[in-house]
Design a protein around this ligand. Structure first.
Ligand code: BTN
Length: 256
């Protein structure tokens, strides 16, 4: 059954309850809206998006009733040094939150996709809003719904028909996790959790940048979230920027 996302239900579960909350039936993109706000912190949620944005300028399919589309606007001191950690904190916070309500296998695919059963169930788009603020946009496929064929080959949902929590409750869990990890910076001990739940370590992958791709073997994730890979001729470290990776056996549609 589809639930109704509401500010009241989010607030019922949210520990950081002083943060302004915006809930829409539909919006172009919660990231776009959050970037234009003037408050230091905000939580923006929509039941659907008609111009949902993904990483690397991709679209993010955001139908109504079955997904979570949320953006946290955050103030971060020393933002430019914190950037790599905002990404890994977001993945850690989303993974931890989903874990509390979902007992199947769940892993983090570098840099910040959440996977279950070999398919993507959540994607995260972190963007800089200004010198001191970032927006963290999170999409979670919550309940199963018809997807375009190219997506259903590579994406899945957490729950089939009934969920053990409301979307509002999971939104609160995600928001609280991320806000609390960010408040601990420069403590980066969460990186241990991130690495322990990574599904890319010791895997053969394809690294994709613009129109080119090359094979590599993942050796490690470094203390700043960089991906340490071995290619044919060298060992190198990738930062998340413009690169994405794909498992060698994965569907080649490029959506992951
Ligand atoms: C990715 O997988 O490439 C990242 C997807 C991020 C999607 C979320 S949904 C809420 C927020 N608003 C957007 O327009 N994008 C993010």
């Amino acid at each position: 059954m589809y639930d109704v996302i509401s500010q009241e239900e989010i607030l019922k579960h949210l520990k950081n309850s002083s943060i302004p909350i915006y809930v829409f039936d539909t919006i172009d993109s919660t990231n776009r809206f959050a970037k234009e706000l003037s408050s230091d912190f905000a939580l923006v949620v929509s039941d659907s998006q008609y111009q949902g944005r993904g990483r690397l300028a991709r679209k993010f399919y955001s139908p109504k009733g079955c997904g979570i589309y949320m953006t946290l606007r955050v103030k971060v001191s020393d933002l430019y040094n914190a950037v790599p950690f905002i990404t890994t904190i977001s993945a850690t916070g989303v993974h931890k939150a989903i874990k509390t309500v979902y007992d199947k296998d769940l892993g983090i695919k570098w840099v910040n996709d959440i996977f279950t059963n070999g398919k993507k169930v959540s994607g995260i788009l972190c963007e800089i809003a200004d010198d001191t603020h970032a927006v963290i946009g999170i999409g979670i496929n919550f309940l199963s719904s018809p997807m375009p064929d190219d997506l259903s080959a590579i994406a899945t949902s957490l729950f089939e028909h009934d969920a053990p929590v409301t979307r509002s409750e999971l939104i609160s869990l995600v928001a609280d996790n991320i806000l609390s990890l960010l408040s601990l910076l420069p403590d980066t001990s969460f990186m241990e959790y991130y690495k322990n739940n990574s599904i890319v370590l010791d895997r053969d992958v394809l690294c994709i940048q613009n129109d080119t791709s090359y094979p590599a073997h993942v050796l490690d994730i470094d203390s700043r979230g960089g991906l340490v890979i071995k290619t044919e001729d060298k060992v190198t470290t990738l930062s998340s920027g413009e690169i994405s990776i794909r498992f060698k056996s994965q569907n080649p549609t490029g959506q992951t």
